[in-house]
Design a protein. Structure first.
Length: 299
């Protein structure tokens, strides 16, 4: 077996942040690392049982992303053996598919000398993922607010969010398609205006570092949480308990089933311990926001 020629590290993400539906996302300091070495045929090896059932050949999402990224740049994607280690729970609303896409874009750019700009990486990743929130945060790091339409992406990037978080991870998994099936086709004008205002204030609060206000606005979603609430029988109890424990706010992480709790930096471990004692059906992960997006690291 040869020596890896490249390693890519990509952060987990949480998306929506309440009212920022399909728009807002935050990179988290949980990482997936992909080591690549040139090979005669495509092969993907996952370390750890949680990812063991994922495709290991050309049908793998990282591989397909590398091939598509190279194709768009007019290059050929030479086969590689990829070894993947991930701290990110699979299928738990923490952007595991977006990290795979981000890793594929970054790996292709470095391995095949594509010279992609950040804007090109974001556009390719969003096209492959089908929406921009998680994948932009995984590529760029920090907090991002993105608009994606007809292949065009507009993004506001806040590179150094100083905030902590607790992720409450249940045993069950959700498919994003299943969770999206609970959403209505239309929303009343007054509700949409209220939700849009909450997202606007939340975004501005994050931009100026007012995380307490951001947390309050995070809890005023009308776009998705009311329709997914039945999937979380203890969601409101968790929200109340977390607030009493000092958290800024609580939201569904992405499409679920994990729950995202925004905290003052430095308090995440204490709040995680308290939540663990009160809600044993969840595994709490204390974490900070990640300023780093997808990057090549030394091997």
């Amino acid at each position: 077996m040869g020596r890896p020629t490249l390693a890519i590290r990509v952060p987990a993400t949480t998306a929506n942040l309440g009212p920022g539906f399909d728009c807002a996302a935050l990179a988290l300091a949980l990482y997936m690392e992909v080591e690549a070495e040139k090979a005669a045929a495509w092969e993907v090896v996952y370390e750890g049982e949680e990812y063991a059932d994922l495709a290991g050949g050309e049908e793998n999402l990282i591989v397909r992303t590398m091939q598509e990224t190279a194709r768009r740049a007019g290059a050929e994607a030479e086969p590689c053996r990829l070894t993947v280690h991930s701290e990110i729970p699979l299928g738990k609303g923490l952007g595991s598919s977006a990290t795979a896409v981000a890793a594929g874009v970054e790996a292709a750019d470095h391995l095949y000398g594509l010279g992609l700009t950040m804007e090109e990486k974001v556009r390719i990743g969003s096209d492959i993922e089908g929406h921009a929130d998680n994948v932009v945060a995984a590529i760029m790091g920090g907090a991002v607010f993105s608009h994606y339409l007809d292949g065009q992406v507009e993004t506001v990037h806040i590179p150094d969010p100083d905030v902590g978080a607790v992720i409450l991870v249940p045993d069950r998994t959700f498919a994003t398609k299943e969770s999206r099936g609970l959403l209505p086709d239309t929303l009343g004008h007054a509700d949409a205006v209220c939700g849009s205002a909450a997202n606007g204030v939340m975004t501005a609060a994050i931009a100026v570092g007012n995380w307490k206000l951001a947390g309050r606005m995070m809890e005023r979603d009308v776009f998705h949480e009311p329709y997914r609430a039945a999937l979380f029988p203890d969601f409101e109890q968790i929200r109340r308990f977390a607030r009493e424990a000092g958290a800024y706010g609580t939201a569904v992480s992405g499409a679920g089933p994990s729950i995202f709790v925004l905290t003052e930096p430095g308090s995440e471990k204490n709040i995680a311990d308290r939540l663990a004692g009160e809600f044993p059906a969840y595994r709490p992960i204390a974490v900070r926001a990640s300023s780093a997006g997808a990057v090549a690291v030394a091997v």
